[in-house]
Write a protein that binds this ligand. Structure first.
Ligand code: CP
Length: 315
């Protein structure tokens, strides 16, 4: 594997999830693969889980790791081609990415969307410039439209915890006060549409996702109907795709609580984190027996390790 930016870069998602679960049983079995190899992690935006789990995964594989918070610690980066750099930016991404590729064997990049210009965000212009100019394999640490390491960890969690061969999984929109990207729900949807599960997306009218990511999903505006018989509920907020990046008024009653959970098949409740308590998810759910959000975050290590292992095998 040379590129991990979406489900489309993976030939067999079930095999990759199974490999992640094997690595969980035996984390240090492949240290020879990463010996004398360096992973560079470049963040244009904040992170807790992605940063630490990917670092941990690389260390388990015997790699060295370099982390650059380029938004805070690097030179002010110019991202536009053809720019006359007579303003605040100091270094063009063309040189910055190419130079980083001289220092590392694999690079991970996090670049969130601006949520102002849908065409620009959905073209993945910034992320793709790193891919184009760095000259080494690239792992997405979350781009404008997708978060594949999160989605793989989510699939691993479902495979690990499911009690039926083909569980019902519901992606349930939740309220928020800020406009959040569609990257996590887009990505979760496209991975779940390829998984052997019964997949439903529930959101209020107006929060339809781009249909490129949802082909094969059942989509409803009725949360209670969606929750009926659910084995896993994946709670997540996202802003509107049209009008792009907007928070629509109302819908506070979409927050999951124990009363709504009773409609499900005693579902496990998932969330990628960070989560705003009692806005997106209630205390009673997060502190209750059905929440698997910390377990899910733990699986980020094994997801990242499976991807890095496959990349190291091709170096
Ligand atoms: N879920 C996730 O990606 O968390 P971070 O933003 O903290 O990395």
């Amino acid at each position: 594997m040379k590129l991990f930016t979406s489900v489309h870069d993976v030939s067999d998602i079930n095999a990759l999830a199974a490999e992640a679960l094997q690595l969980k049983q035996n984390p240090f079995a492949h240290q020879h693969l990463g010996k004398s190899k360096t992973l560079g992690l470049v963040f244009l935006n904040p992170s807790l889980r992605t940063r630490m789990s990917t670092q941990k995964a690389a260390l388990n594989l015997g790699m060295n790791v370099m982390v650059l918070n380029i938004d805070k610690e690097g030179w002010a980066l110019e991202l536009q081609d053809g720019a006359i750099m007579n303003g605040g930016t100091v270094e063009h991404v063309r040189e910055a990415a190419a130079v980083m590729g001289q220092y590392v064997d694999i690079i991970g990049v996090r670049s969130f969307p601006g949520l102002k210009d849908r065409e620009e965000d959905y073209s993945e212009a910034i992320f793709n410039k790193f891919v184009q100019y760095c000259g080494v394999p690239v792992v997405s640490l979350e781009s404008a439209t997708r978060h594949p390491l999160q989605s793989l960890a989510d699939l691993v969690t479902i495979q690990e915890l499911k009690k039926t061969a083909r569980p019902k999984v519901v992606l349930a929109w939740a309220p928020h006060i800020k406009a959040l990207p569609q990257a996590v729900p887009n990505s979760f949807a496209e991975w779940m549409c390829k998984a052997d599960i019964d997949f439903t997306i529930a959101h209020p009218a107006g929060y339809e996702l781009n249909t490129d990511f949802t082909d094969g999903a059942t989509i409803t505006n009725d949360l209670n109907e969606a929750l009926s018989g659910a084995d896993f509920i994946y709670v997540k907020n996202w802003s509107a795709y049209e009008p792009y990046g907007k928070v629509l008024p109302g819908n506070e009653d979409w927050m999951l609580n124990n009363e709504k959970l009773k409609l499900s098949n005693n579902a496990k409740v998932m969330h990628c984190l960070p989560v705003r308590r009692n806005l997106e998810l209630s205390d009673e759910i997060l502190d209750g027996p059905n929440s698997v959000v910390v377990h899910e975050a733990g699986n980020r290590v094994w997801a990242a390790q499976a991807v890095l292992k496959q990349m190291l095998e091709t170096l």
